[in-house]
Design a protein around this ligand. Structure first.
Ligand code: 5GP
Length: 237
């Protein structure tokens, strides 16, 4: 029996607790949903459970395909046990199609499909609105080493290949996503989560958004859309 101990951090959609197992943490997925650096928030009933399930499925799929992750097991409907990591304060984003902040930042039209996926680093800092940074910033401010930068790119592109094909087979397009990494005795490994809260997924036939953009853009049926994606991927809810 794993005992939940001290609350270590409370993010916008998840809480992290220490446990009676040394070096293992409990990640609790809440229904809370936020966008625009916390300026828009709402609790969406059932989102915590579906995200916990979704994340477990993706993490296990990645692990089966050679990506080392912090995920250990689901411990309840909305909780999972993970390895404790020393997280790097950067977000890794891969884009297969131009949309979102990229289009706002560069004034480019939405919808351009990249021949080679685009990789971007962002600094994790809510107060600054998670600004775009590059490799040199990471080195200069010692947020990570060159070796870690190379590893993050290599793993994030490998994840893209694996997930694009998984989503494509399910009639879905993986437009873009964000992942985060942390240090562990096993090396740099995938941490945080992979859920429709942190990626864009479009229906291959209709182009409809089935991710958190439904919340950002007030399109409604947010949790229902996450369920549609889960169903298409064969995730049992
Ligand atoms: P954009 O830079 O266009 O806002 O986001 C690119 C991709 O990364 C989207 O799939 C978006 O959901 C994800 N993303 C970027 N920043 C964050 C973040 O702070 N939290 C979460 N959950 N996802 C993010």
């Amino acid at each position: 029996m794993i005992e939940k101990k001290e609350l270590l951090s409370e993010g916008k959609a998840k809480s992290l607790y220490s446990t009676s197992n040394n070096g293992e943490l409990l990640m609790v997925y809440r229904d809370d949903t936020s966008a625009f650096d916390g300026k828009k928030t709402e609790a969406l009933k059932g989102k915590g459970e579906i995200n916990n399930r979704f994340n477990a499925f993706i993490m296990e799929y990645l692990s089966d395909n050679g990506i080392n992750t912090h995920f250990l097991k689901e411990t309840s409907n909305n909780e999972s046990l993970v390895k404790s990591l020393d997280m790097l304060p950067v977000e890794c984003v891969v884009r297969n199609i131009a949309t979102g902040s990229l289009c706002r930042r560069l004034g480019v039209e939405q919808g351009l499909k990249f021949e080679n996926p685009l990789f971007e680093f962002f600094l994790k800092n809510d107060e600054l609105g998670d600004p775009l940074i590059n490799d040199n910033h990471i080195i200069a401010f010692e947020w990570g080493t060159q070796e870690e930068i190379d590893k993050m790119k290599e793993l994030t592109f490998k994840i893209n290949e694996l997930l694009c094909s998984l989503f494509d087979d399910a009639g879905l397009i993986l437009v873009d996503y964000k992942v985060e990494y942390g240090r562990h005795s096993e090396g740099l490994i995938l941490g945080d989560e992979f859920t429709p809260d942190g990626c864009r997924i479009w229906d291959k036939e209709t182009g409809e958004s089935l991710d958190k953009d439904r919340f950002r853009k007030d399109l409604g049926d947010v949790v229902e859309s996450y369920q549609i994606v889960a169903h298409k991927l064969g995730i049992s809810i």
